[in-house]
Design a protein around this ligand. Structure first.
Ligand code: HEC
Ligand code: HEC
Ligand code: HEC
Length: 270
């Protein structure tokens, strides 16, 4: 009887976990962090930063506008794709989601990024070792950039070990396509699709073409880590296992304008 109760409670707990599975916005297992909103990514969104400029061009930036009525704006079945973080923790306690498909929809809650960027010494467990090895002198907001300049791969490791998500490399869904398919669908008869996304000409549900969509939504630019990884020997790659594997779509060429970014967000103040 007692054991039955325990089993029953366990099952209840498990089913609660299933029901509470966070909306597509990732970070499963990393849900300790809060969603901060695009304001928290202000460097990336300042003019001249490639990621931000590219992001502003695509419909994700305005996806919430599609929800026209107060009912739709409260409907979890719309919010899971037209908003970000619904079901997750918000930095602003007045909010239960962020409007639009924001950076955090694919990269996970921003609070974790801020922790690493603002105070590496506090954010990583093995900081003392790291500081010694790289003779890190800068404090506060400058420490991460100092490490990034001295050893870009170690900076990546610090971010990944902390649990920050890099779409297509260590996102929990595995591939970039799987991540997109949390809100997009490939077949007209898909179960989980948008009831409103109908092709005007054919009257049929619109469908997603990953390769085409990725080209449209590609905001990669060439950074120091990309350059290092490109030159790595197989032995080096083995050494950095878990930090260098890439989704095959990332072997596609970068947009020409991405080769000469005007300003690197990673090198700015915050
Ligand atoms: C499974 C994810 C998903 C869900 C759930 C969802 N949408 Fe969508 N919605 C999309 C996607 C993706 C598109 C764009 C499709 C395209 O253009 O190929 C879209 C397009 C739309 C459009 C057309 C926008 C335009 O600019 O043409 C409207 C309106 C819309 N959705 C409203 C809603 C409403 C209202 C709900 C809730 C009842 C909802 N959606 C639920 C993913 C979703
Ligand atoms: C729809 C999902 C999605 C959204 C929204 C999104 N990203 Fe990305 N982001 C990706 C994918 C996929 C990659 C490719 C993975 C890679 O390059 O390692 C990427 C790569 C990046 C990179 C690495 C670029 C490089 O040089 O390789 C940065 C930085 C970045 N995103 C920042 C942002 C910022 C800032 C925003 C919001 C303004 C944003 N992303 C919004 C999916 C997204
Ligand atoms: C959190 C949900 C979500 C995720 C994850 C997501 N999208 Fe979207 N996407 C949307 C919604 C909603 C729209 C429609 C916005 C509108 O028109 O109002 C959209 C629209 C688009 C569009 C413009 C419409 C079209 O089909 O041309 C492209 C391109 C696109 N997404 C690409 C991607 C790619 C590539 C990924 C994966 C890297 C991705 N999306 C991941 C929700 C999402």
């Amino acid at each position: 009887m007692y054991r039955g109760l325990i089993v029953f409670s366990l099952m209840l707990a498990l089913s609660a976990l299933v029901v509470l599975k966070p909306s597509p916005t990732n970070g499963e297992g990393k849900q300790q962090w809060k969603y901060v909103g695009n304001k928290g990514c202000k460097c990336h969104l300042s003019p001249g930063c490639f990621e931000g400029d590219e992001y502003k061009k695509i419909e994700h930036a305005e996806a919430f506008k599609a929800l026209k009525t107060p009912e739709e704006q409260k409907d979890p079945n719309c919010l899971k794709c037209h908003a970000t973080g619904h079901g997750g923790k918000m930095k602003d306690p007045k909010l239960t989601y962020l409007e639009n498909v924001t950076c955090e929809a694919c990269h996970g809650p921003g609070e974790g990024y801020a922790e690493v960027k603002n105070d590496l010494a506090k954010a990583v467990k093995d900081y003392a070792e790291l500081a010694k090895k790289y003779d890190l002198k800068e404090k506060g907001k400058k420490t991460f950039n100092e490490l990034l300049n001295k050893d870009p791969m170690m900076a990546r490791k610090a971010q990944y070990d902390k649990g920050l998500l890099v779409a297509g490399i260590n996102n929990p869904e595995g591939t970039i396509k799987a991540q997109c398919l949390q809100c997009h669908w490939e077949k007209e008869d898909a179960k989980d699709k948008c009831p409103k996304a109908i092709d005007e000409k054919t009257g049929k549900p619109k469908v997603f073409n990953f390769d085409e969509a990725f080209k449209k939504d590609d905001h990669r630019d060439e950074d120091d880590v990309d350059k290092l990884v490109a030159k790595m020997s197989p032995a080096d790659k083995a050494k950095w296992k878990g930090y260098v594997e890439r989704d095959p779509i990332l072997n596609s060429p970068l947009k020409p304008e991405a080769k000469a970014p005007k300003k690197k967000a990673s090198e700015s103040e915050d």
